[in-house]
Write a protein that binds this ligand. Structure first.
Ligand code: UD1
Length: 430
């Protein structure tokens, strides 16, 4: 089983290049099958989730051609099957985007109902509500969601919760519906805007993405396009916090600083300097970190996908900090692992009360999910001694070459696959 072996203590210093946004890519790949013409997508991160999405597209007859590591050509012309197999849904929840895309294009789709997930209950009632409002018959039978319609008609939809997934899914289903659709209380995340821009580049008429009201004027068909995915806000934020926690000096390149404002603000509050330029941010952690409070919120609030990373930083910050998770109800499972590294954190419901400790100590731990896994790597980088992290497949779902990028910043981290390799790492790092 592959593990990360980390010898902590080196401040991260240097420059790191951020890849395309995984969560935008997942939706854009799904949406690319909505035309019979060829679509060229650039800046697709080469991570497990995007690769699974491309396999899911191939499984229904779509043609996916890799031009280079980050560029793919997709054609949905030869799609024969409107059923997304169980296996893909198990691997990536976001295959529900194929439901919106297939329903929008073929007026029919069938996808296995996504199961539970490590970070708590994740219902899809708002996706279903939106599809129904557009005139689809949506039923759940034998664990499948079956959505079909004679015709889709534009509608006025009010989302009961701010949800990225349902906003994007319903937007995709609505772009070729007859007439106008209005989505109120829409999610405003950068990847919602990116998907809207992508659909517009295919001839859709989507206005207002990035605000809480999205207006869509249905068009009869979409055409081919060439599109470049935005940089990954969460990958960037993860490296920014890695700089803070290791008392480093890291320039995170190829980012949109505006998307990172809530992250930069919190880093400032805990005592880091953050310098922004056009497409980069530099984080310098020269002073001891101090406590703060944070609550996760929909964009432009502090992202839930950065909650474990900030918790790791606050675990090393002087004083008592409070982290409140308001998006997912079970997102503190990694705290047990962090406690094994010496953190002093008490979780009560959706709140973590953190008493900063001077340092973490290396331990053998497991990555419970994608973002928590990355956060534990950061903890390991700052810890005294060696940290071994299991279940790194979760981390590889969303971070491309994570350990290699960290190595270029001076981290002592390696992917090991046997006791022998681990032993070699220990000998090398002393
Ligand atoms: C997406 C991201 C995930 C991120 C999350 C919040 C992808 C592939 N994943 O997940 O990394 O953590 O946004 O930024 O883009 N909800 C409902 N009913 C629904 C849908 C959602 O009640 O039909 C609730 C959820 O339980 C949650 C909240 O809405 O409490 C937000 O979820 P949502 O934004 O939909 O998350 P995902 O799209 O699953």
């Amino acid at each position: 089983m592959e593990q990360y072996a980390i010898k902590g203590g080196n401040p991260l210093v240097g420059e790191v290049e951020i890849g395309g946004a995984k969560n935008a890519a997942l939706a854009i790949l799904a949406a690319s099958i909505m035309t019979d013409e060829t679509v060229l997508i650039e800046n697709v991160p080469d991570v497990r989730d995007t690769n699974v999405m491309m396999q899911a597209i191939e499984s229904i007859g779509g043609i996916v051609e890799r031009i280079d590591r980050h560029t793919v050509k997709i054609s949905g012309k030869s799609i024969m099957d409107l059923v997304i197999e169980d296996d893909f849904i198990k691997k990536i929840r976001a295959s529900y985007y194929l439901l919106g895309a297939l329903l929008g294009k073929y007026k029919k789709a069938q996808v296995t109902l996504p199961g539970g997930c490590n970070i708590g209950l994740r219902p899809i009632d708002q996706h279903i509500k939106g599809f129904r409002a557009l005139g689809a018959d949506v039923r759940i039978e034998h664990g499948l969601i079956i959505a079909e319609a004679q015709r889709l008609r534009g509608s006025h939809i009010y989302m009961d919760v701010v949800t990225v997934g349902a906003t994007i899914d319903v937007m995709m289903a609505a772009v070729m519906a007859e007439g106008q659709t209005i989505i109120e209380n829409a999610a405003k995340e950068p990847h919602v805007v990116d998907v809207a821009n992508f659909l517009n580049s295919m001839g859709a008429v989507v206005r207002g993405a990035g605000t809480d009201v999205i207006r869509i004027k249905g068009v009869p068909r979409l055409h081919g396009t060439e599109y470049t995915i935005i940089p990954d806000q969460i990958e960037a934020g993860t490296f920014m916090f890695a700089a803070a926690v290791t008392k480093g000096d890291v320039t995170v390149k190829n980012v949109i600083p505006k998307h990172l404002e809530s992250i930069s603000a919190k880093l400032n509050e805990i005592g880091c300097e953050v310098e922004e330029s056009d497409d980069a941010v530099r984080v310098v952690a020269a002073k001891p970190l101090t406590h703060t409070h944070v609550k996760t919120l929909p964009y432009p609030g502090f992202p839930t996908d950065m909650q474990p990373q900030i918790t790791v930083a606050l675990g090393l910050s002087r004083g008592t900090s409070i982290v409140t998770e308001s998006i997912f109800e079970n997102r503190f499972k990694y705290v047990d692992e962090l406690t094994r590294m010496g953190a002093s954190i008490k979780v009560e419901g959706n709140t973590a009360i953190i008493d900063g400790v001077p340092r973490y100590t290396g331990a053998s731990i497991s990555a419970p999910d994608l973002r928590a896994g990355a956060a534990l790597v950061i903890a390991g980088l700052s810890a005294e001694g060696t940290t071994i992290i299991d279940d790194i497949k979760f981390i590889e779902r969303g971070y491309e070459d994570f350990h290699i990028k960290l190595q270029t910043l001076g981290a002592q981290i390696e992917k090991v696959n046997s006791e022998r390799e681990l032993h070699k790492f220990r000998l090398k790092t002393g």
